[in-house]
Design a protein around this ligand. Structure first.
Ligand code: NDP
Length: 279
Protein backbone atom coordinates (compact mmCIF):
# COMPACT_ATOMS: atom_id res chain seq x y z
CA UNK A 1 0.00 0.00 0.00
CA UNK A 2 1.43 3.40 -0.93
CA UNK A 3 -1.22 5.88 0.25
CA UNK A 4 -0.91 7.84 3.47
CA UNK A 5 -3.88 7.18 5.72
CA UNK A 6 -5.96 10.19 6.73
CA UNK A 7 -6.70 9.47 10.38
CA UNK A 8 -10.14 10.96 11.04
CA UNK A 9 -10.17 9.85 14.66
CA UNK A 10 -6.98 11.75 15.50
CA UNK A 11 -8.06 14.86 13.59
CA UNK A 12 -11.49 14.76 15.23
CA UNK A 13 -9.85 14.62 18.67
CA UNK A 14 -7.66 17.62 17.83
CA UNK A 15 -10.60 19.53 16.38
CA UNK A 16 -12.80 19.02 19.42
CA UNK A 17 -9.98 19.74 21.91
CA UNK A 18 -9.37 23.05 20.11
CA UNK A 19 -12.97 24.00 20.96
CA UNK A 20 -12.41 23.91 24.74
CA UNK A 21 -10.94 27.40 25.12
CA UNK A 22 -13.76 28.83 22.97
CA UNK A 23 -16.32 27.06 25.15
CA UNK A 24 -14.53 28.33 28.27
CA UNK A 25 -14.71 31.91 27.00
CA UNK A 26 -18.52 31.84 26.73
CA UNK A 27 -20.77 33.21 29.47
CA UNK A 28 -22.79 30.00 29.50
CA UNK A 29 -22.08 26.52 28.13
CA UNK A 30 -23.35 25.87 24.58
CA UNK A 31 -26.54 23.80 24.51
CA UNK A 32 -27.23 21.01 22.01
CA UNK A 33 -30.58 19.23 21.66
CA UNK A 34 -30.58 15.93 19.76
CA UNK A 35 -33.97 14.54 18.75
CA UNK A 36 -34.34 10.87 17.91
CA UNK A 37 -37.67 9.55 16.63
CA UNK A 38 -38.24 5.80 16.44
CA UNK A 39 -35.97 2.86 17.11
CA UNK A 40 -33.59 2.68 14.14
CA UNK A 41 -30.51 1.01 15.73
CA UNK A 42 -27.94 2.89 13.59
CA UNK A 43 -29.57 6.24 14.43
CA UNK A 44 -29.51 5.35 18.13
CA UNK A 45 -25.73 4.78 17.93
CA UNK A 46 -25.14 8.08 16.06
CA UNK A 47 -27.26 10.01 18.57
CA UNK A 48 -25.49 8.43 21.54
CA UNK A 49 -22.07 9.31 20.09
CA UNK A 50 -23.09 12.91 19.43
CA UNK A 51 -24.62 13.41 22.88
CA UNK A 52 -21.62 11.79 24.56
CA UNK A 53 -19.13 14.03 22.78
CA UNK A 54 -21.18 17.14 23.67
CA UNK A 55 -21.23 16.07 27.33
CA UNK A 56 -17.45 15.45 27.30
CA UNK A 57 -16.94 19.02 26.12
CA UNK A 58 -19.06 20.34 28.98
CA UNK A 59 -21.98 21.38 26.80
CA UNK A 60 -25.56 21.41 28.00
CA UNK A 61 -26.82 18.31 26.30
CA UNK A 62 -30.42 17.29 25.88
CA UNK A 63 -31.33 14.03 24.17
CA UNK A 64 -35.01 13.67 23.38
CA UNK A 65 -36.18 10.23 22.28
CA UNK A 66 -39.69 9.90 20.88
CA UNK A 67 -41.65 6.81 19.82
CA UNK A 68 -41.90 5.87 16.13
CA UNK A 69 -45.61 6.76 16.07
CA UNK A 70 -44.89 10.42 16.94
CA UNK A 71 -46.91 12.65 14.62
CA UNK A 72 -45.50 15.44 12.51
CA UNK A 73 -47.52 17.97 14.53
CA UNK A 74 -45.99 16.71 17.80
CA UNK A 75 -42.52 16.93 16.31
CA UNK A 76 -43.12 20.47 15.06
CA UNK A 77 -44.33 21.49 18.53
CA UNK A 78 -41.13 20.08 20.03
CA UNK A 79 -38.98 21.96 17.48
CA UNK A 80 -40.88 25.19 18.30
CA UNK A 81 -40.17 24.67 22.00
CA UNK A 82 -36.47 24.08 21.36
CA UNK A 83 -36.34 27.14 19.07
CA UNK A 84 -37.74 29.21 21.95
CA UNK A 85 -35.41 27.71 24.57
CA UNK A 86 -32.57 30.16 25.30
CA UNK A 87 -30.30 27.48 26.76
CA UNK A 88 -30.33 25.59 23.45
CA UNK A 89 -28.03 26.85 20.67
CA UNK A 90 -28.15 23.84 18.38
CA UNK A 91 -30.99 21.53 17.36
CA UNK A 92 -30.34 18.31 15.53
CA UNK A 93 -33.18 16.09 14.31
CA UNK A 94 -31.67 12.71 13.51
CA UNK A 95 -32.61 11.32 10.10
CA UNK A 96 -34.29 9.22 8.86
CA UNK A 97 -37.69 10.21 10.27
CA UNK A 98 -40.55 7.70 10.34
CA UNK A 99 -42.90 7.36 7.38
CA UNK A 100 -45.72 9.89 7.45
CA UNK A 101 -43.50 12.67 8.79
CA UNK A 102 -42.48 15.25 6.19
CA UNK A 103 -38.73 15.53 6.79
CA UNK A 104 -38.43 18.85 4.95
CA UNK A 105 -41.24 20.46 6.92
CA UNK A 106 -39.55 19.46 10.20
CA UNK A 107 -36.04 20.53 9.16
CA UNK A 108 -37.34 23.83 7.75
CA UNK A 109 -38.93 24.58 11.14
CA UNK A 110 -35.56 24.63 12.96
CA UNK A 111 -34.38 28.24 13.33
CA UNK A 112 -31.53 28.76 10.82
CA UNK A 113 -29.29 30.10 13.61
CA UNK A 114 -29.82 26.87 15.60
CA UNK A 115 -29.52 24.58 12.56
CA UNK A 116 -26.22 22.92 13.53
CA UNK A 117 -26.70 20.25 10.85
CA UNK A 118 -26.66 23.01 8.21
CA UNK A 119 -29.66 21.55 6.38
CA UNK A 120 -31.99 24.59 6.42
CA UNK A 121 -32.53 26.15 2.96
CA UNK A 122 -31.35 29.52 4.33
CA UNK A 123 -28.03 27.97 5.34
CA UNK A 124 -27.81 26.10 2.02
CA UNK A 125 -28.27 29.39 0.15
CA UNK A 126 -25.68 31.17 2.28
CA UNK A 127 -23.22 28.35 1.67
CA UNK A 128 -23.52 28.79 -2.11
CA UNK A 129 -23.16 32.55 -1.73
CA UNK A 130 -19.99 32.10 0.37
CA UNK A 131 -21.57 33.84 3.36
CA UNK A 132 -20.90 32.77 6.95
CA UNK A 133 -23.33 30.00 7.75
CA UNK A 134 -23.74 26.71 9.51
CA UNK A 135 -22.34 24.18 7.03
CA UNK A 136 -23.39 20.49 6.87
CA UNK A 137 -21.07 18.54 9.16
CA UNK A 138 -19.97 15.66 6.91
CA UNK A 139 -18.76 17.75 3.95
CA UNK A 140 -17.22 20.28 6.36
CA UNK A 141 -15.30 17.40 7.94
CA UNK A 142 -14.13 16.25 4.50
CA UNK A 143 -12.64 19.71 3.85
CA UNK A 144 -10.74 19.51 7.16
CA UNK A 145 -9.39 16.09 6.15
CA UNK A 146 -8.31 17.46 2.76
CA UNK A 147 -6.55 20.41 4.47
CA UNK A 148 -4.73 17.94 6.70
CA UNK A 149 -2.96 16.47 3.62
CA UNK A 150 -1.16 19.80 3.15
CA UNK A 151 -1.91 19.58 -0.58
CA UNK A 152 -2.81 22.89 -2.25
CA UNK A 153 -6.42 22.36 -3.32
CA UNK A 154 -6.59 25.32 -5.71
CA UNK A 155 -7.27 24.30 -9.29
CA UNK A 156 -7.49 20.60 -8.50
CA UNK A 157 -10.00 18.47 -10.41
CA UNK A 158 -12.44 17.01 -7.88
CA UNK A 159 -15.26 14.56 -8.39
CA UNK A 160 -18.05 14.09 -5.88
CA UNK A 161 -20.06 10.91 -6.36
CA UNK A 162 -23.56 11.22 -4.90
CA UNK A 163 -25.84 14.27 -4.95
CA UNK A 164 -27.76 14.19 -1.67
CA UNK A 165 -28.67 17.46 0.03
CA UNK A 166 -26.77 16.46 3.15
CA UNK A 167 -23.47 15.29 1.64
CA UNK A 168 -22.92 15.46 -2.13
CA UNK A 169 -24.36 18.87 -3.01
CA UNK A 170 -22.87 20.85 -0.10
CA UNK A 171 -19.60 19.01 -0.77
CA UNK A 172 -19.58 20.52 -4.26
CA UNK A 173 -20.16 24.01 -2.83
CA UNK A 174 -17.31 23.61 -0.32
CA UNK A 175 -14.85 22.27 -2.91
CA UNK A 176 -15.76 25.15 -5.21
CA UNK A 177 -15.00 27.48 -2.30
CA UNK A 178 -11.52 25.91 -2.16
CA UNK A 179 -11.11 26.78 -5.87
CA UNK A 180 -11.36 23.18 -7.09
CA UNK A 181 -12.92 22.41 -10.46
CA UNK A 182 -15.76 20.13 -9.44
CA UNK A 183 -17.72 17.41 -11.22
CA UNK A 184 -20.85 16.04 -9.53
CA UNK A 185 -21.53 12.40 -10.46
CA UNK A 186 -24.66 10.38 -9.69
CA UNK A 187 -26.49 7.24 -10.73
CA UNK A 188 -27.10 8.55 -14.25
CA UNK A 189 -23.48 9.54 -14.85
CA UNK A 190 -21.98 7.80 -17.86
CA UNK A 191 -18.48 6.30 -17.82
CA UNK A 192 -18.00 6.89 -14.11
CA UNK A 193 -14.67 5.05 -14.25
CA UNK A 194 -13.31 7.66 -16.66
CA UNK A 195 -14.78 10.57 -14.68
CA UNK A 196 -13.10 9.25 -11.53
CA UNK A 197 -9.90 8.50 -13.44
CA UNK A 198 -9.44 12.21 -14.28
CA UNK A 199 -9.85 13.43 -10.70
CA UNK A 200 -7.14 14.61 -8.32
CA UNK A 201 -9.68 14.39 -5.48
CA UNK A 202 -12.41 11.75 -5.24
CA UNK A 203 -15.19 12.05 -2.66
CA UNK A 204 -17.49 9.01 -2.66
CA UNK A 205 -20.88 9.47 -0.95
CA UNK A 206 -23.02 6.79 -2.51
CA UNK A 207 -23.94 4.10 -0.01
CA UNK A 208 -22.99 1.11 -2.17
CA UNK A 209 -20.37 -1.36 -0.94
CA UNK A 210 -17.02 -0.77 -2.68
CA UNK A 211 -18.58 0.49 -5.94
CA UNK A 212 -15.62 2.78 -6.67
CA UNK A 213 -12.95 0.43 -7.96
CA UNK A 214 -9.32 0.83 -7.03
CA UNK A 215 -8.29 0.59 -10.68
CA UNK A 216 -10.30 3.77 -11.48
CA UNK A 217 -8.19 5.96 -9.18
CA UNK A 218 -5.71 8.29 -10.84
CA UNK A 219 -2.24 7.63 -9.43
CA UNK A 220 -1.54 10.15 -6.66
CA UNK A 221 -5.20 11.17 -6.15
CA UNK A 222 -6.69 11.90 -2.73
CA UNK A 223 -9.57 9.54 -1.93
CA UNK A 224 -12.21 10.42 0.67
CA UNK A 225 -14.72 7.68 1.41
CA UNK A 226 -17.90 8.98 3.04
CA UNK A 227 -19.81 5.71 2.56
CA UNK A 228 -20.87 3.72 5.60
CA UNK A 229 -22.11 0.37 4.51
CA UNK A 230 -22.47 -3.08 6.04
CA UNK A 231 -21.11 -6.08 4.22
CA UNK A 232 -23.01 -9.37 4.29
CA UNK A 233 -20.77 -10.48 7.21
CA UNK A 234 -21.89 -7.39 9.19
CA UNK A 235 -18.53 -5.57 8.90
CA UNK A 236 -18.51 -1.84 8.13
CA UNK A 237 -17.05 -0.76 4.82
CA UNK A 238 -17.04 2.24 2.53
CA UNK A 239 -17.96 3.01 -1.07
CA UNK A 240 -14.38 2.56 -2.24
CA UNK A 241 -12.48 -0.65 -2.84
CA UNK A 242 -10.02 0.32 -0.12
CA UNK A 243 -6.95 -1.91 -0.54
CA UNK A 244 -6.79 -1.53 -4.32
CA UNK A 245 -7.42 2.24 -4.16
CA UNK A 246 -4.72 2.65 -1.50
CA UNK A 247 -2.20 1.16 -3.96
CA UNK A 248 -2.76 4.11 -6.29
CA UNK A 249 -3.85 7.04 -4.10
CA UNK A 250 -1.53 9.47 -2.30
CA UNK A 251 -3.97 9.83 0.63
CA UNK A 252 -7.02 7.80 1.61
CA UNK A 253 -9.55 7.74 4.46
CA UNK A 254 -10.32 4.41 6.14
CA UNK A 255 -13.86 3.24 6.98
CA UNK A 256 -14.43 3.29 9.89
CA UNK A 257 -12.14 5.93 11.36
CA UNK A 258 -12.13 8.47 8.53
CA UNK A 259 -15.04 10.76 7.77
CA UNK A 260 -17.36 9.46 10.53
CA UNK A 261 -15.48 10.90 13.52
CA UNK A 262 -15.00 14.20 11.67
CA UNK A 263 -18.77 14.52 11.17
CA UNK A 264 -19.25 14.54 14.95
CA UNK A 265 -16.33 16.93 15.47
CA UNK A 266 -17.85 19.40 13.00
CA UNK A 267 -21.21 19.14 14.76
CA UNK A 268 -19.47 20.21 17.96
CA UNK A 269 -17.75 23.05 16.09
CA UNK A 270 -21.09 24.18 14.62
CA UNK A 271 -22.72 24.13 18.06
CA UNK A 272 -19.94 26.28 19.53
CA UNK A 273 -20.18 28.67 16.55
CA UNK A 274 -23.98 28.89 16.92
CA UNK A 275 -23.61 29.57 20.63
CA UNK A 276 -20.96 32.27 20.06
CA UNK A 277 -23.24 33.96 17.53
CA UNK A 278 -26.26 33.80 19.85
CA UNK A 279 -24.37 34.98 22.94
P1 NDP B 1 -28.25 9.11 -0.55
O1 NDP B 1 -28.80 7.74 -0.65
O2 NDP B 1 -29.11 10.24 -0.16
O3 NDP B 1 -27.55 9.48 -1.94
C1 NDP B 1 -26.78 8.56 -2.64
C2 NDP B 1 -26.31 9.17 -3.93
O4 NDP B 1 -25.52 8.21 -4.60
C3 NDP B 1 -27.43 9.57 -4.87
O5 NDP B 1 -27.18 10.87 -5.38
C4 NDP B 1 -27.35 8.53 -5.99
O6 NDP B 1 -27.66 9.04 -7.27
C5 NDP B 1 -25.90 8.15 -5.96
N1 NDP B 1 -25.69 6.82 -6.50
C6 NDP B 1 -26.36 5.68 -6.17
N2 NDP B 1 -25.88 4.63 -6.90
C7 NDP B 1 -24.92 5.13 -7.70
C8 NDP B 1 -24.09 4.58 -8.69
N3 NDP B 1 -24.14 3.28 -8.98
N4 NDP B 1 -23.24 5.38 -9.33
C9 NDP B 1 -23.15 6.70 -9.04
N5 NDP B 1 -23.92 7.29 -8.10
C10 NDP B 1 -24.80 6.52 -7.45
O7 NDP B 1 -26.99 8.96 0.44
P2 NDP B 1 -26.27 9.97 1.46
O8 NDP B 1 -25.65 11.09 0.73
O9 NDP B 1 -27.17 10.25 2.59
O10 NDP B 1 -25.14 9.00 2.02
C11 NDP B 1 -24.19 8.41 1.17
C12 NDP B 1 -23.32 7.47 1.97
O11 NDP B 1 -22.62 8.22 2.96
C13 NDP B 1 -24.07 6.38 2.75
O12 NDP B 1 -23.29 5.23 2.81
C14 NDP B 1 -24.21 6.98 4.15
O13 NDP B 1 -24.32 5.98 5.14
C15 NDP B 1 -22.89 7.69 4.26
N6 NDP B 1 -22.88 8.80 5.20
C16 NDP B 1 -21.85 8.85 6.07
C17 NDP B 1 -21.75 9.88 6.96
C18 NDP B 1 -20.58 9.92 7.87
O14 NDP B 1 -20.59 10.66 8.84
N7 NDP B 1 -19.53 9.15 7.59
C19 NDP B 1 -22.77 10.91 7.07
C20 NDP B 1 -23.81 10.82 6.04
C21 NDP B 1 -23.84 9.78 5.16
P3 NDP B 1 -29.15 9.54 -7.72
O15 NDP B 1 -29.29 10.89 -7.09
O16 NDP B 1 -29.06 9.59 -9.19
O17 NDP B 1 -30.10 8.54 -7.18
Amino acid sequence: MSAHILDGKALARETTEALRPRIGALRRAPGLAVVLVGDDPASAVYVRNKSQRAAELGMVQRQITLPAHTSEAELLTLVDALNADDAIDGILVQLPLPKGVDKDRVLDRVLPEKDVDGFHPINTGKLWQRRAALVPCTPAGVIELLRRTGVDLRGKDAVVIGRSNIVGKPMVALLEREDCTVTLAHSRTRNLDQVVGRADIVVAAVGVVEMVKGAWIKPGAIVIDVGMNRRADGKLCGDVEYAAAAERASWITPVPGGVGPMTIAMLMANTVFASEQRQ
